[in-house]
Design a protein around this ligand. Sequence first.
Ligand code: MPY
Length: 282
Amino acid sequence: MASQNPAEEENSKRNWSLQDFEIGKPLGRGKFGRVYVAREVKSKFVVALKVIFKEQIDKYRINHQLRREMEIQTSLRHPNILRLYGWFHDTERVFLILEYAHKGELYKEMRKKGHFTEKQAATYILSLTKALAYCHEKHVIHRDIKPENLLLDHEGRLKIGDFGWSVQSKSKRHTMCGTLDYLAPEMVENKAHDYAVDNWTLGILCYEFLFGAPPFEAESQADTFKRIMKVDLSFPSNPSISLDAKSLISRLLVKDSSRRLSLQKIMEHPWIIKNADLTGTY
Ligand SMILES: CCc1cccc(CC)c1NC(=O)n1cc2c(c1)/C(=N\C(=O)c1ccc(N3CCN(C)CC3)cc1)N=N2
């Protein structure tokens, strides 16, 4: 793949090893491993180094899926998708060299504030819509988008940081552990799903950004399942949100996947036009 600049050229050719990095503090931990801040010794370039143990890859049998996701992620170049610069491994671990998102996890920001303003929510939804339009162009779907997989860069701009987790979500999806909150009806019924599942998820996220919780949250998975299948959508009166916001959410949380608002139409929706801070989305 022709790279944009010599550094990229250098990057994509090199065989990296642990000696090339100074490891900093741990940033977080997922099911398969941990992420650390790290600095490439020569260039002083700061990255996030995700460490996945091979025994975990074998145990959860995600080897081929992880490879495919890494191929995809390396090929994706979009300002709202976290870069995977490269990877290397030693006897017991695989290391992913990821873009560093300086302001961390979006959901922690949301928990801290309770919920986002309509301007903030619209800016994040527009960033996600553009990133998804780019993914769909490259025939990549189901990015397993939920707040825990969204990061913020040094300017507070949204980055989808979940490539490895859509592997996890694929296996998780089959075992249906974890939350159903973000899954479209056709996903929850384990039917064949297409690109439109991501449009549904945008509706879920838009609701959650504005109210601080997803629309079909319930005590049990069974109840969440029922609420999703019924599209049991209601808007609390507090915080009160604009009719435009309700209109967009209602045009995405539609059971018939062919009738959900397209990504293009989301970008042109009055609520987005009125509220999204266009610079915030590059
Ligand atoms: C293994 C961890 C994990 C599990 C599941 C899913 C994901 C993707 C989001 C990840 N993370 C992942 O892959 N990540 C790739 C990453 C990455 C995580 C990251 N940054 C941070 O995690 C982070 C966290 C807190 C932070 N501070 C918090 C306190 N503030 C005052 C200052 C800023 C600053 C940065 N940069 N690239």
